[in-house]
Design a protein. Structure first.
Length: 216
């Protein structure tokens, strides 16, 4: 299945086995044996799925998990560990892991779980509300099948609304989340809303005295 997987695994034989299995399945695979190299790689580009060992020579994979989920929440994280007790699995899942596979594991099972994670991510890459569809991977937006030409800020603003559809979003929160302003002139926001409406996105509702809401 198409997608990219990074593995943080210090056992070269395990990494090699996973590499063969996933690449035969059409998945791009990169392996890192220490936290430093893995961290440098994921800062440059994010995979669809990260396979994380826990006991590593330069630290704990659980700390890496917390960092990845904090900085790159869209990355699905699967723990691979010899720590196989129920409390170990529960701890990993509670810290944000999307799945937990105990060693030794079946390559067929691992491949199936990676494929399941890739399918889940593919579904979340596209958001549809009524006739409006936004593809998070290609940054393409269509309205009733017609493509809309948005600039980067218009796209970011619409994406934020679609991800919080139905909720009233205060102006200051929108400015912080989309523009990075803790406080600022709201006219910029109002102008962007006006342009989106002129494109046909008429379900952007003004909530007077508060902000805006994308109705569903």
């Amino acid at each position: 299945m198409n997608g990219t997987v990074f593995a943080l695994e210090d056992d070269a034989s395990i990494s090699g086995l996973i590499k063969v299995a996933l690449e035969m399945n059409g998945t791009t695979f990169e392996a890192y044996s220490n936290i430093k190299d893995f961290t440098a790689a994921i800062e440059k580009s994010q995979p669809d799925v990260a396979l994380l060992d826990i006991m590593l020579p330069d630290g704990s994979g659980l700390d890496v998990l917390k960092t990845v989920k904090s900085r790159f929440p869209q990355v699905s994280c699967i723990m691979l560990s010899a720590l196989s007790k129920e409390e170990d699995k529960v701890n990993g899942l509670n810290l944000g892991a999307d799945d937990y596979i105990a060693k030794p594991f079946s390559v067929l099972e691992l491949t199936a779980r990676v494929n399941a994670a890739l399918r889940r991510k593919k579904r979340t890459d596209e958001v549809t509300i009524g006739g409006l569809t936004l593809n998070c991977e290609t940054m393409e937006v269509t309205l009733n099948g017609e493509r809309l030409e948005l600039n980067k800020k218009e796209y970011a603003l619409l994406k934020y609304f679609m991800q919080h559809a139905g909720k009233v979003l205060p102006r200051d929160v929108i400015l912080l989340e989309v523009w990075g302003y803790e406080q600022g002139e709201t006219r910029t926001l109002d102008n962007h809303i006006s342009r989106l409406r002129k494109m046909g996105i008429t379900n952007l509702e003004t909530v007077f005295g508060v902000g805006y809401r994308l109705t569903v």
